[in-house]
Ligand binder design. Structure first.
Ligand SMILES: [Zn+2]
Length: 282
């Protein structure tokens, strides 16, 4: 069957994914939205927003924190790891999936909890990491957020949560769904303590996260063009038997229909949050 399945490496050599990535790492890249060729450095300087069409590329949790904090920040609960309560197995064992994702992302789970200053005001920020099993919320994400809310209450410092997620983590089943209630209840206490919470929704924010803390901010703001919703459009269309409008589940549509308070460009995000916090706190 040698003519059918390639047994020896082809002309491209033993092209493993890694090697291929190195080869495409040039100075230019094609924008996935406007298809124009963009200089990578210009993209870096513009916080990964296309200088031509303002398309917001996805960025990771560390980049988010670096973008909002003034400088150094302190990370919390970095060693918290998930157990495998259901002994879940899909295409591979959940524990194996966790271990390989952990080494690939160098994160313990899909969220970084940190504190520092934003325009010299002490704040707590949680940033979700989409690359860690789709940014899914399991027991660790839930516990880290809950602890951050409690710290915010104790310090009376505002809380900011940046969501980037596919929703609850199916490998943890009901355990991950419990986190929705736990976080919501703790946010209620934060509200009673009159400490502000700003929710930042980025592309994508869906499922159990949208159905809980992402929509519970004193301000719910989103980046332009972000996919935000609970179920996917196909499921909804099949359920209600209607064609959905264009741009449905995008930030701009949700703003127009009263689900969001604002759509804020990434380059203006920090100053927008600082201004909002001055309004809330001073
Ligand atoms: Zn573009």
């Amino acid at each position: 069957m040698a003519w059918f399945t390639r047994q020896k490496p082809g002309v491209e050599g033993a092209a493993e994914n890694e090697e291929r990535r190195v080869r495409t790492e040039g100075l230019w890249l094609k924008c996935e939205s406007c298809s124009q060729i963009v200089w990578k450095k210009a993209l870096d300087e513009n916080l990964q927003c296309c200088p031509k069409c303002n398309h917001h590329f996805r960025i990771d949790a560390r980049a988010r924190l670096a973008m909002l904090f003034d400088g150094e920040y302190r990370e919390f609960d970095a060693g918290l790891v998930s157990t495998d309560p259901l002994m879940f197995r899909d295409s591979k064992q959940y524990t194996e999936r966790l271990a390989s994702t952990r080494s690939a992302t160098r994160l313990s789970d899909a969220l970084i909890a940190a504190s520092g200053t934003l325009e010299r005001r002490p704040v707590h920020i949680c940033a979700m990491e989409l690359k860690f099993i789709g940014g899914s919320m399991g027991a660790v994400v839930g516990e880290k957020i809950t602890r951050t809310i409690e710290r915010a209450m104790e310090d009376r410092a505002p809380l900011i949560i940046i969501s980037a997620t596919g929703g609850a983590r199916m490998q943890e089943g009901a355990v991950s769904l419990m986190e929705m209630a736990k976080i919501s209840a703790t946010l209620m206490r934060l509200d009673e303590a009159k400490v502000p919470y700003i929710s930042v929704l980025t592309d994508p924010t869906t499922g159990g996260v949208t159905a809980s803390f992402a929509m519970l901010g004193d301000l719910n703001i989103a980046e332009p063009g972000a996919l935000i919703g609970f179920a996917g459009p196909r499921v909804i269309e099949q359920t209600i038997r209607q064609k959905l409008p264009d741009g449905f589940q995008r930030s701009e549509f949700l703003l127009e229909h009263g689900f969001l308070d604002a759509v804020v460009k990434r380059t203006e995000m920090k100053s927008y949050i600082a201004r909002a916090l001055r309004f809330f706190c001073d």
